[in-house]
Unconditional design. Structure first.
Length: 375
C-alpha cells in the first residue's frame, strides 16, 4: 500500500474539488491518503475536512497564506518539513502555486523520493502583474529540479511546462474529470433562449483570474439587444465588492444578481436556469465549471485560455480571445439570437464531456503514483 500525501493551500473552487475527488476516489486498498491543507480561504472547507475524516483520510492543517509573506511562508515551510519527516510518505503531491512551491521544497528537505506537482494553471501566467509574473516564473524554475513529475491538466498547461524547461518525460497529461451523470432533458435545458427574458450565467470564483468584470463590461451591449435579460453570478471571492462598484451607477444594475458559492447541488440548480453560460477567464488550467456546463448541455461562451479548446473544441462552445468584452458580448448576442446554434452546442456538449471522466483521472493518477514510487 502506497502512502500518499496531498498538499493544498488554495482550498476553493476547482482545486478544492480536485483534492476532494482525488483523496476520496483513490482506492483505499491500494493507497493510504493524508491531506495537508490550509483553512484560511473558505470557512465551508470544514465540510470537506469532516468528509475526509469519515473516509479514514488523515487531515493536517498548516497555516499557508495565498500571497507571498516571507515570515509566514518560512514558518509554513518549517511546519511542512517537520510534518513530512514524521509522516514519511511514499509520494508527496503538491497542488497549485503556494503549496506547489512550499510543498515541493518541504518534501525535498524532508528527503521525500517522489514529489508530484499539479499547477492547476501556472501562477506565472497571471496577467496585469508583470513583476509577480516574473517572480513566479523564477520560483517555478527553481522548483523544477525537485519535481519528479508534473501533472498537466490540459495540453496548454503541458506546453507551458515545456517552456519552463520541464523535460517531456517528466510531464504527465492527466485532464480533470467529472462523474458521469444521467442528465434528463428537462434538467439540461429549462428555458428557451429565444424567449424575451434570457438569463446569462457566470459560475466561478469572483477574482481577477476568472474575469467576472469582463462580463459586466460586456453587459451594456447585451442588454441593448435584450433589454429584459438578467445576468446571474454564482460564486464568491474577493472581487464581489469591486463588481458592485463597477455597476453601482449603471441603469441596469437591478438586472445583475449574485448567489453565493453554495454546495454543488445549489450550483447545479442555478446552472439549470441559465440560457447561456459565460466563462471569461484571463488564464486557467481546465475549468470544472466548463466540464459541468458541457455535461449539462448548456450553450457556452468562453475565452481561449487553458484547456477550453481541449474540452470544448470547435463544436462545444463559442470561443473568443481573453480581455475582449466586445467579442464576448457579440458571442452572447449571437447565441441568444440563434436557437439553432444553441441547440448545436447543447447537443455537442455532453458528448465532449464524456471524454473527461473522473474514473479516468483517478486511474491515470494512481498509475502514475505506482510507476514513480516503485521504479
Amino acid at each position: 500500500m502506497l502512502h500518499v500525501i496531498q498538499i493544498l493551500e488554495a482550498t476553493g473552487g476547482g482545486t478544492r474539488r480536485h483534492l476532494r475527488d482525488l483523496a476520496i476516489g483513490l482506492n483505499p486498498a491500494a493507497f493510504r491518503v493524508e491531506v495537508i491543507v490550509a483553512t484560511r480561504r473558505d470557512p465551508t472547507f470544514a465540510r470537506d475536512l469532516a468528509l475526509f475524516r469519515e473516509h479514514g483520510i488523515g487531515v493536517h492543517v498548516v497555516d499557508m497564506r495565498r500571497r507571498v509573506a516571507p515570515l509566514a511562508d518560512l514558518l509554513a515551510l518549517i511546519h511542512l518539513t517537520r510534518l513530512l519527516r514524521r509522516l514519511r510518505p511514499d509520494v508527496v503531491h503538491a497542488h497549485s502555486s503556494k503549496a506547489g512551491f512550499l510543498g515541493r521544497l518541504a518534501a525535498r528537505l524532508a528527503g521525500a523520493r517522489t514529489i508530484v506537482y499539479t499547477p492547476h494553471a501556472f501562477a506565472c501566467e497571471i496577467t496585469g502583474a508583470p513583476l509577480r509574473r516574473c517572480c513566479y516564473r523564477v520560483l517555478e524554475r527553481l522548483a523544477r529540479p525537485w519535481t519528479t513529475s508534473l501533472v498537466a491538466v490540459s495540453q496548454s498547461e503541458r506546453t507551458t511546462a515545456l517552456a519552463l524547461g520541464y523535460p517531456p518525460e517528466r510531464i504527465a497529461l492527466i485532464p480533470n474529470g467529472i462523474p458521469e451523470r444521467e442528465t434528463k432533458n428537462e434538467e439540461r435545458r429549462t428555458k428557451n433562449p429565444t424567449l424575451p427574458v434570457p438569463t446569462i450565467g457566470f459560475i466561478g470564483r469572483l477574482c481577477r483570474q476568472k474575469g467576472p468584470d469582463l462580463l459586466l463590461t460586456a453587459a451594456p451591449a447585451i442588454l441593448a439587444q435584450f433589454p429584459q435579460a438578467t445576468i446571474r453570478y454564482v460564486g464568491a471571492g474577493p472581487w464581489q465588492r469591486k463588481l458592485m462598484r463597477q455597476m453601482a451607477a449603471a441603469p441596469w444594475r437591478a438586472q445583475v444578481t449574485f448567489a453565493g458559492a453554495g454546495t454543488e447541488t445549489d450550483v447545479a440548480r442555478e446552472r439549470a436556469g441559465f440560457d447561456v453560460i459565460v466563462m471569461p477567464s484571463r488564464w486557467d488550467g481546465l475549468s470544472y465549471a466548463l466540464l459541468d456546463a458541457l455535461q449539462a448541455g448548456l450553450p457556452i461562451v468562453a475565452t481561449d485560455v487553458g484547456g477550453v479548446r481541449d474540452a470544448a473544441g470547435a463544436d462545444g462552445a463559442l470561443i473568443v480571445p481573453p480581455e475582449r468584452p466586445d467579442l464576448l458580448s457579440a458571442a452572447v448576442i449571437r447565441l441568444l439570437q440563434n436557437p439553432g446554434e444553441c441547440a448545436r452546442l447543447s447537443q455537442a456538449g455532453p458528448e465532449r464531456a464524456r471524454a473527461f471522466r473522473l474514473e479516468t483521472m483517478l486511474a491515470r493518477t494512481a498509475a502514475l503514483y505506482h510507476t514513480l514510487a516503485t521504479r
